[in-house]
Design a protein around this ligand. Structure first.
Ligand SMILES: Cc1cc2nc3c(=O)[nH]c(=O)nc-3n(C[C@H](O)[C@H](O)[C@H](O)COP(=O)(O)OP(=O)(O)OC[C@H]3O[C@@H](n4cnc5c(N)ncnc54)[C@H](O)[C@@H]3O)c2cc1C
Length: 374
């Protein structure tokens, strides 16, 4: 009989971060991944890390992540390409500016370095930007980026020192007795036992919840992305253009430009096919903001999932089944939230306290309030 201190379903950033911080607390952990680590959303994200949110809970969670990202090179012994390259939210209307100013007030109260800069300063920060109609932008030099594949590799190596990260291990059932979790069943019939099981299955979170008899409000949506060849080194921060036909893109530390936009209407489901429409639209949207980027050459495009909840905020909580935790619905923020979510979950599981205010992510909330800076 195989028994573990914790069983984690899903080898994305959330499952691996949770496994890593539990391991650091001396727990024997197994991460079960049906495919390859990073094969879900994590290996398809664009690596952006921001702390500019509109509620104290989300801001503090992201700030904790930044603290953890900053330590990774030293902890892992190799670079995760974490860089404070900044995030700039563009304001084209007074209404947008007002919204940003309101968020900045909340962010500053949490200790984040963030400013509203006018169009002139935006031009200095992003040479070549087309400032037509631009009022200014919300900018934090403390936001940034990291390389997702390096981050999950570091977490997986850390777990493997005392525990296990098992690839090609699909969980097909969850064992529950008297409203307490007891373990999982793998495809092929092998049973693994633990009083702690974490559903970190990303876009498959709803299906995994069903295995324990839960109907979780998790809904995947397709999001596409592309990356260009190296662009001259300008160090373009993440530019977030919230106009209806806007998008977000940043320059990676090696010079490539990587970006995406949120399709309207959204594309429900776990589809990961790419479209010509995205290629065309994203190129247009990026070049509209920085006209010179019309010359950038697209190297590759792909798609992945955002896992949504009704209010766009994650669920990080113990479910009604004792010992069965849910860490899902990360929307477009799972990479940046990942380290702090894993850290907080490890605190809750081992010490009984989250170490951060996680109320906003409770499974028992009303799901009515939406994050303003989605
Ligand atoms: C185009 C795009 C751009 C993005 N950009 C950003 C960004 O800049 N910043 C940011 O913070 N976030 C970004 N995101 C969002 C981010 O990728 C996700 O929020 C995050 O990766 C979610 O991580 P996860 O661990 O919850 O899920 P996943 O990475 O999907 O991991 C879940 C894993 O569970 C495994 N699994 C599922 N079912 C089972 C089972 N039954 N048994 C075993 N294993 C199972 C899956 O194979 C998968 O590997 C982006 C997403 C996309 C698609």
């Amino acid at each position: 009989m195989k028994s573990w201190d914790a069983i984690i379903i899903g080898g994305g950033i959330i499952g691996l971060a949770t496994g890593y911080y539990l391991t650091k607390k001396g727990k024997r952990v197994i991460v079960l991944e049906k495919d390859e680590i990073g094969a879900g959303s994590t290996g398809r994200c664009i690596g952006g890390i921001r702390q500019q949110f509109s509620t104290p809970c989300s801001i503090k969670l992201a700030m904790k992540s930044v603290e953890l990202f900053a330590r990774m090179d030293q902890e892992f012994g190799f670079s995760v390409e974490f860089e404070k390259s900044g995030y700039l939210f563009l304001a084209f209307t007074e209404e947008q500016k007002k919204k940003f100013l309101k968020a900045i007030e909340i962010q500053r109260k949490q200790g984040l370095e963030v400013y509203f800069i006018d169009a002139k300063e935006v031009k200095k920060l992003v040479p070549g930007i087309d400032a037509e109609g631009l009022i200014g932008g919300a900018y934090s030099p403390q936001d940034g980026q990291a390389y997702p594949f390096a981050v999950i590799r570091g977490f997986a190596m850390g777990i493997s020192r005392t525990g296990e990260v098992r690839r090609r291990a699909r969980v097909v059932d969850i064992m529950v007795e008297n409203a307490s979790v007891k373990g999982v069943v793998l495809e092929g019939g092998e049973k693994l036992f633990s009083d702690v099981v974490i559903n970190a299955a990303g876009p498959w979170g709803k299906e995994v919840g069903k295995m324990a008899g839960l109907d979780l409000p998790l809904y995947p949506e397709r999001h596409e992305a592309f990356i260009t060849r190296r662009w001259k080194m300008e160090s373009i921060p993440m530019i977030v253009d919230y106009r209806k036909d806007g998008g977000y893109f940043q320059q990676r530390i090696n010079g490539q430009i990587i970006g995406c936009y949120t399709p309207v209407p959204n594309v429900p489901g776990k589809r990961t096919d790419s479209t010509f429409e995205f290629l065309k639209e994203m190129s247009y949207r990026m070049a509209r903001v920085i006209p010179e980027l019309a010359d950038a050459q697209v190297l590759r495009q792909w798609a992945g999932s955002y896992t949504m909840t009704p209010d766009g905020n994650p669920i990080v909580d113990e479910s009604e089944i004792e010992g069965f935790y849910i860490a899902g619905g990360m929307s477009g923020h799972g990479f940046m939230f990942g380290p702090a979510v894993g850290w907080a979950l490890s605190n809750k599981i081992v010490d009984g306290e989250w170490g951060l205010n996680m109320q906003e992510f409770s499974i028992r909330r009303s799901f009515q309030k939406a994050e303003l800076l989605k």
